[in-house]
Design a protein around this ligand. Structure first.
Ligand code: PMP
Length: 428
């Protein structure tokens, strides 16, 4: 494939935008090569600036669960835009989407809309601290909750008790309040709680991890977290920015039958426009301004275009009884097809999948946490990524990302993808 125009657009972008991108992973640093500039997209396909057509497995990193330029969402946004694009005043549509979200998701009474997943998680943690009167939080190595300061902490020696900043600009003061645990390791969490007795406000977790590849929670891990939280008066925050409205109507809470205290949303809830949200039962949500003392606000929060896109997206999902099964079936089909091809070609791999989230690790051992995920062979992944791209299939340009399956993908697209893996496997 030819990427001449993408290359020259990237060179122009690099002069005026740091690294040429507005979010780092887009720059292809992990895989090398030139990022592809997209011109337009429809259904399962991206069309780039050089005229190439690519089957898309990123889908804006999750939001486009029904495919690109989904007509009902586009129409809702266009119609709304004609009536004004922002007011900073209450609008009826905000209540409509809130009512719908509350009816779809278990264990929540109220929801507050923000503009991104980062804002949702950042606000949820502030609310948890305000509500419990405690400062420390536990997060899991390899989980991503946006780029707010307290989340930019990575595992390192001594991290079992105190975090250290892994991004310059995050102060030691902030870092020491974020405790790191190993995903799927309940004993590790128990030790952290005991070592910081009475100081932990919340545990925040991706109930299915999607930011170190896709990693499912082990049997009973979430349930054990729930019990620990109840015993120690710690709030359990499910970051469902990826899983919300994707794994089930009620997200991971519904899929696993575990109640979180605060739930964060992003991606699908905005139908491709900038939306995030956090939600909880009344007792907790009433702690928020203007009812309570915890402050949180936003000039564009509840923006009418974003709400129109989100409301249409959630309505479509709510009205389609089969959607989540259909997505899971397509994903299982892809999983089986890829696994067979890699096996036949003797490529060492592990594929993890939950619902419509899937990732391929180039390592033979079980992938259950950040450490085991990081063991994947990055050279093989790079070759795989560029090979797939050359075949016309666009997967995330990093081994630590999940592929998102959309309803726009047909079984022909999936077969095409499996055939592409077969061609690429020869060179791995
Ligand atoms: N939480 C999770 C689980 C995410 O995957 C992401 C983004 N990939 C975020 C939070 C942050 O969302 P945003 O990029 O919209 O700020």
């Amino acid at each position: 494939m030819n990427y001449k125009r993408s290359s020259s657009l990237f060179a122009e972008a690099e002069k005026v935008i740091p690294g040429g991108v507005n979010s780092p992973v887009r720059a292809f640093k992990a895989v090398g090569g030139t990022p592809i500039f997209v011109k337009e997209a429809k259904g399962a396909y991206l069309y780039d600036e050089d005229g190439n057509r690519l089957i898309d497995y990123i889908n804006s990193w999750g939001p486009m669960i029904l495919g690109h330029a989904y007509a009902p969402v586009v129409n809702a946004v266009v119609e709304k835009a004609k009536k004004g694009t922002s007011f900073g005043m209450p609008t009826e549509i905000e209540t409509k989407i809130a009512e719908l979200a509350v009816s779809m998701v278990p264990n929540i009474d109220k929801i507050r809309f923000v503009n991104s997943g980062t804002e949702a998680c950042m606000s949820a943690v502030r609310l948890a601290r305000g509500f419990t009167g405690k400062d420390k939080i536990i997060k899991f190595a390899g989980c991503y909750h946006g780029h707010s300061d307290s989340f930019l902490i990575q595992a390192g020696s001594g991290a079992i008790t105190f975090g250290t900043p892994n991004s310059p600009g995050v102060t030691e003061g902030t870092a020491k309040d974020t405790l790191l645990a190993r995903y799927n390791d309940i004993e590790n969490v128990r030790q952290l709680i005991e070592a910081n007795h009475g100081e932990i406000a919340c545990i925040i977790i991706e109930p299915v991890a999607g930011n170190m590849g896709c990693i499912p929670p082990k049997d009973d891990f979430l349930q054990a977290l729930r019990v620990l939280c109840d015993t120690h008066h710690i709030l359990l925050i499910f970051d469902e920015v990826m899983t919300g409205f994707r794994l089930a109507k009620g997200g991971a809470q519904e899929l696993f039958g575990i109640a979180a205290d605060i739930v964060c949303f992003g991606k699908v809830i905005g139908g491709g426009l900038p939306v995030g949200a956090f939600a909880a039962r009344n007792e907790i949500m009433n702690y928020l301004a203007p009812l309570g003392p915890v402050y949180q606000a936003g000039t564009l929060s509840g923006n009418p275009l974003a709400m129109a896109a989100g409301l249409t997206m959630l309505s479509e999902l709510n009205n389609d009884a089969e959607i989540f099964n259909r997505l899971a079936e397509k994903t299982a089909y892809l999983h089986n097809g890829i696994a067979k091809v890699l096996h036949d070609n003797k490529i060492v791999h592990t594929i993890n999948r939950v619902g419509s989230m899937i990732s391929v690790h180039f390592d033979g051992s079980e992938v259950i946490d950040f450490e085991t995920s990081a063991k994947g062979n990055n050279d093989t992944f790079k070759t795989f990524f560029h090979g797939m791209l050359n075949e016309g299939v666009y997967i995330a340009p990093s081994a630590f990302e999940t592929w998102f399956i959309t309803d726009a993908l047909t079984y022909e697209d999936l077969d095409f993808t499996i055939a592409a893996v077969n061609s690429v496997a020869k060179s791995l």
